[in-house]
Design a protein around this ligand. Sequence first.
Ligand SMILES: [Zn+2]
Length: 278
Amino acid sequence: MDVHTRSQNTIKKKVTIKGIGLHSGNSVKLNFIPAPPNTGIIFKRIDLEDQPQIKAEVANVTSTKRSTTIGIRDVKVKTIEHLMAALRAFDIDNILIEIDSDELPALDGSAIKYVEVLRKAGLKSQDGNKDIIKIKNNLFIKSENTYLGIFPADKFKINYLLKYEHPKIGTEYLEYTFDKKSFIEEIMPARTFGFAEEIEELKRNGLALGGSLDNAILLKDDKVVNKLRFKDEFVRHKVLDLVGDLYLNGPIIGEIIAIRSGHKDNHKINQIIKKRGT
Ligand SMILES: [Zn+2]
């Protein structure tokens, strides 16, 4: 893999966002703070006594069940993918994120609130280069129902095929070439989705306690309960998650072919990219 570079970026000033954790239902506050070159994306659990820090990187991923969680020993930060996608949208490399809970806020189920708050913070170009990974070899993984491949290309491009039995989702396909403007306008507002029966089950098990029509598209029986923002909002959200997860390796150039893939597959391909090196 060739290494290309660009200059590093952080934010100009501190900004704050508040919300409710999807699973815990607890309120959570995030402070975004500028950080020096080569810091990376650092979460700091300010609710814990010694305020431990966890770097958002592939080696620190501890769970990919339903969302992407990073952790060191028993200290965790859950559901980082929507924020990671927003950081990718602005090419933010260095930032300190103070958090007073173990889970990021669900906000409106998309990443658009992160975009708004980061836009308010402003961008600052920094000394020091950031490597962009350019994929040179064909990489792919397969499981029983999923496929995820990344291939050499001149752009960052994603082809995603989603398929659900639910009549309102069915098959959706999106061919998307990444650029900042379209990513912010056409991908970042796409919300996560859930099935009513599944959510009831999750709630019985003490999960999805913060889940509501305000932070997810809800599918019940054969209907979509809330109004969709895009005709193909489901596949757009899958692209959002994928871009966010891949940003754990930093910026990448390559063409992705994804079939029904999720956080687990994203993590596996991240590990392969990481292991093969740049
Ligand atoms: Zn998501």
